[in-house]
Design a protein around this ligand. Structure first.
Ligand SMILES: Cc1ncc(COP(=O)(O)O)c(C=O)c1O
Length: 445
């Protein structure tokens, strides 16, 4: 079809775009050509305020020179080195930095770091570590993996098997031996709540139901997002994650927090585990780890989990798993520079400082047309719209387009507008995000 939209514009045919309506997009492409601070610049020279930190990843804002310089210098010093039976210092330096901010105490500290290249790989890695751990402690009948309805854990076969989004699952076969908790979205009891809803801690007891159904001795791990992002920003009810932790501990099930979006300051603490005060056994991260600049993920494992695998002959490889790019030098440099920025600019706690202003601005949209719920926590928000009778997701898409045309980038999942601006956002930019969405809602109707 060889579509070209503007002079000097790229030819669009060959790039098969991910999670995109390719044919629709290529008829009217939205191209971003540069970015700085809180803004993207489009190919027609417009500035667009980034209300989504890219895809929940550019936590320190765009165009951070320190990261670019560190990556460039690292590539000139050591561009690539394998991490299989070889090492390079920066991968150990980064692991030490991550260990310093890892949640937990004593043997429960999550300070053993396994590198990946994405959130999906972090999830599959964590699931495999969970299986390897159970086998190492003599519990090899524990092979079942529990996820949750409306969970998103990336697109690997492990991730879609424990995930709970029908469109990501229906076409693809999945791992045998998975099951799902009920999701926690309960608009009857919780709507327009600022922060964690009051009702729903009891939904964690669903894990007891699955234990009763399958037998605890068959279950290796349970994975949840502390705040579910991709299915419309679902905030955990008060007490829910605490209860899930208790049930997992009681039954010898490893608890995995998927912190791919909540990690690195999104909720006003380094990790959601810190904000909620619940320490999982494994924690998956990516995205904000490098401020979105270089693909990288990391699984944080407790010492207990890690040490259980450090047995057998010393010459034996303990975990048959890893990636060519695990601990890539350029990614490590980007991550260390990102951590420096987060720590020096106080970005791990900035979402907490802005939370009141954020909630007030976003909840101010409550009376706009077709808004049926608003959910907020840290610097995250979900604004749920009633779907058009003829097509789920259509109204949401129209609002997204209207906002984009009027200078603010938001994200929509079905009919929920999901917001997660870079943590450097200023109060007047929060107002701009809310005002632009408000006007779009009025226009779209
Ligand atoms: C909670 C969660 N887990 C995993 C992933 C997958 O990450 P990636 O797209 O880097 O594979 C995402 C991506 O949005 C996510 O939100």
């Amino acid at each position: 079809m060889n579509i070209v939209n503007k002079p000097n514009a790229p030819v669009l045919d060959s790039f098969w775009m991910p999670f995109t309506a390719n044919r629709q997009f290529k008829q009217a492409p939205r191209l971003l050509v540069s970015a700085e601070g809180m803004h993207y610049t489009t190919d027609d020279g417009r500035k667009v305020l980034d209300g989504t930190a890219g895809l929940w990843c550019v936590n320190a804002g765009h165009g951070r020179e320190r990261i670019a310089t560190s990556v460039g210098e690292q590539l000139m010093r050591l561009d690539y080195a394998p991490s299989f039976q070889m090492g390079h210092p920066i991968a150990f330096d980064l692991a030490e930095r991550l260990a310093e901010i890892a949640p937990g105490e004593g043997d429960a500290t999550l300070d053993r770091i396994f590198y990946t290249n994405s959130g999906s790989e972090s999830v599959d890695t964590a699931l495999k570590i969970a299986l390897a751990y159970q086998r190492a402690i003599g519990q090899s009948s524990r092979t079942r993996l529990i996820g949750r309805e409306r969970g998103y854990h990336g697109v690997g076969f492990g991730g879609i098997s424990v995930g709970g989004i029908v469109n990501n699952r229906r076409v693809f076969s999945q791992l045998p031996g998975t099951d799902h908790l009920r999701h926690t979205h309960d608009p009857e009891r919780n709507s327009f709540v600022k922060g964690q809803p009051e009702h729903g801690a009891d939904l964690a007891d669903d894990l007891e139901r699955l234990v009763a159904l399958h037998g605890a001795e068959t279950i290796a791990a349970c994975i949840v997002e502390p705040v579910a992002g991709s299915t419309g920003v679902l905030i955990p009810p008060k007490g829910y994650l605490e209860r899930l932790r208790e049930i997992c501990t009681k039954h010898g099930i490893l608890l995995i927090f998927d912190e791919v979006i909540t990690g690195f300051g999104r909720l006003g603490t380094p990790f959601a585990a810190d904000r909620i005060g619940v320490v999982p056994d494994l924690m998956t991260t990516a995205k904000g780890l490098t401020n979105g600049t270089v693909p990288m993920g990391a699984v944080f494992a407790s010492r207990t989990v890690h040490d259980a695998l450090m047995h057998g002959p010393e010459a034996a490889i303990e975990l048959f798993h890893g990636y060519t790019y695990s601990g890539h030098p350029a990614a490590c440099a980007a991550a260390i520079a990102s951590l420096d920025i987060y720590q020096q600019e106080g970005l791990f706690t900035r979402a907490a400082e802005l939370e009141d202003a954020w909630q007030t601005a976003i909840h101010g949209l409550k009376t706009k047309p077709n808004v049926i719920d608003i959910r907020t926590m840290g610097l995250v928000a979900g604004i749920e719209l009633s779907p058009r009778p003829d097509a789920v997701g259509k109204r949401g898409y129209e609002v997204f387009l209207d906002c984009y045309q009027n200078g603010v980038m938001v994200r929509v999942t079905a009919d929920t507008i999901a917001l997660s601006p870079p943590l450097i956002v200023e109060p007047d930019q929060i107002e701009q995000i809310a005002a632009t969405i408000g006007e779009a809602l009025d226009r779209v109707g």
